[in-house]
Design a protein around this ligand. Sequence first.
Ligand SMILES: [Fe+2]
Ligand SMILES: [Fe+2]
Length: 355
Amino acid sequence: MTNTLENIDRKIKAPAKESLLTPRFYTTNFEEIALMDISKSLPELKAILKEFLHDYNRNHFIRDKEFDQNWNNLDEKTKNLFIEFLERSCTAEFSGFLLYKELSRRLKNQNSILANCFEMMSRDEARHAGFLNKAMADFNLSLDLGFLTKSRKYTFFSPKFIFYATFLSEKIGYWRYITIYRHLEKYPEYRIYPIFKFFESWCQDENRHGDFFAILLYSQPKMLNTFQSKLWCKFFLLSVFLTMYLNDLQRSDFYRSLGIDARQFDIQVIRKTNESAARVFPVSLNLNNDKFFKYFDNCARYNKKMIEIEKKSNNKIYKNIQKIPFILLLMIDFIKLFFLKSIDTKFTLNVIKSI
Ligand SMILES: [Fe+2]
Ligand SMILES: [Fe+2]
């Protein structure tokens, strides 16, 4: 009876408006992945599949008593910011689920080991998305994931780009979750909702997913060893980091409610992910160059201006015209970032080895 009443009260949340910075849904060339020669990394793939099958978090995502309360103590602004955080996280997790599920389905007959790994990863992402959607239900909202599947536009990325982007987003996910967890462990007074205490084991799923993509990339030397691959890796590092930076800085009020400075948080996550990427990619970014975060801050300023324009008027054409100079400025700073000298990780790895 209670459940029935709850279901009646719950509103289906309309998906947030799509923009360049919202979590995206991806599709790829499944046939190309199915036919990939993965023999170079077969032992490592078998080992990680064993890890996936172990299913360390099988009993982790179970809501405990701490969830059984109402959240009216949160002021309206914090509540709305938190709901937006849940929605964005749920969409991102669900996007991972859809991609991995489709990969496991399409690869089943041609490449069973990859298909099994993707199946296990889609299991994890479904759990993550479901857990976040249940959290939204605590605020009488839920995302219609079926509708989202059909209504969202899918971006096509070639397998190589899917591997770069998902490797980075899994590692970023790991560093974001663990950094928030460690902070709230230190300052429990900012833990406004119990979901954060699940992040410690949760982030290990993301770490394993990232490791899987690292192994997959190792199995395809062409994706890491050529001059073009070096440029693409640099491009993806910059794009993924900058997207997160712009997203988080425009939501600094949310992070403040957790006692976190959004800019410092992002710098920490970027540093850590850049280090993780350096073990796989042929390049990493030189974050110690003073210009690096100066350009990032410029981009955040232009993005803020564009958000202000978006809020001001209802005339779409007028708004787009007003945004043009800021889009151009942002592009110029992105190009400047791209031409900053990066670090050749092969050289660094050799130095480390020789020490
Ligand atoms: Fe996840
Ligand atoms: Fe993941």
